[in-house]
Design a protein around this ligand. Structure first.
Ligand code: IPD
Ligand code: CA
Ligand code: CA
Ligand code: CA
Length: 264
């Protein structure tokens, strides 16, 4: 990684420290205390422990910045221009099933613009990082989105609504239309990893609805710095407000975006 700023280093060390805690809990997942936030919406002691570590680490280094965290919610800082957006464990359902597709996600907003992101999967020891204008990396390797131009060749990832989530009718319609158009559709169970994997060229595209800012903040910066177009369904920059997202290289983004927007 070239030229890593002190701020990105703070984010990386917080993500790695939280990742170590998640790894320990992942080895003993059957003993974890789990509570239910809503139908099929779980939170475990591992989520809370990882969030506490991130909160402590980031507060220690940048005491004035605000936070938006999945479990603690919004914490207004003295410095109104900087805000951390944190998902301590993205992919909780996978985690609780001993499935290693999960990650820590930390994004940084400066004056309302996303400027840095870190996504760390401790199970694979893959660290995805990016700062605005400086490129995206996985560990030490520079990332670039896949170069495929045709939707017909594309491997696409998405999130599927589950018990207790809205949007099933729209998904069924989109799936019905898309499955005849693309090379494959996948579901990882982690929005952060979906975006990181688009950045790494492992998926050609990602789309999903009803997301929260902490699911996507870090991934948006990482995917963009790897060359992805990332927008909401209307093609605008309001992914964190609308909860809709499409991320892909510019060709596939256009094809998938107009497909979902016109026909979905
Ligand atoms: C979930 C994951 C999943 C997405 C859900 C999110 P969580 O986050 O990102 O891929 O489809 O919408 O809620 O609850 O595991 O942090
Ligand atoms: Ca959750
Ligand atoms: Ca999440
Ligand atoms: Ca989470």
């Amino acid at each position: 990684m070239n030229n890593v700023s002190p701020t990105l280093n703070v984010m990386i060390s917080a993500a790695r420290k939280a990742g170590r805690s998640l790894s320990r809990d992942f080895g003993e997942v059957e003993h974890l205390q789990v509570s239910i936030k809503g139908p099929a919406n779980f939170v475990s002691a591992a989520d809370h422990k990882a969030e506490d570590i991130i909160f402590k680490e980031l507060s220690k280094s940048r005491g004035t910045y605000g936070f938006l965290m999945e479990e603690r919610g919004e914490i207004v800082g003295a410095d109104k221009t900087h805000r951390w957006i944190v998902d301590p464990l993205d992919g909780t359902t996978n985690f609780l099933h001993s499935n290693p597709l999960f990650a820590v996600s930390i994004g940084l907003e400066r004056e309302g613009q996303l400027v840095a992101g870190v996504i760390y999967n401790p199970a694979s020891d893959e660290l995805f990082t990016a700062e605005k204008g400086k490129g995206a990396y996985m560990n030490d390797r520079r990332l670039r989105v896949a170069a495929r131009k045709s939707l017909g060749d594309a491997l696409v990832t998405t999130g599927i609504p589950h018990r207790g989530r809205e949007g099933k009718a729209r998904y069924l319609k989109e799936m019905d239309l898309l499955m005849n158009e693309v090379a494959g559709i996948r579901r990882t169970g982690s929005a952060a990893l979906d975006l990181a994997f688009v950045a790494a060229g492992r998926f050609d595209a990602y789309w999903e609805h009803n997301l929260q800012p902490w699911d996507v903040a870090a991934g948006i910066v990482i995917a963009r710095e790897a060359g992805a177009f990332v927008t909401d369904l209307a093609g605008s920059d309001k992914m964190m407000e609308t909860g809709d997202i499409i991320a892909a290289n510019p060709y596939i983004h256009k094809a998938l975006g107009s497909f979902l927007f016109n026909k979905g």
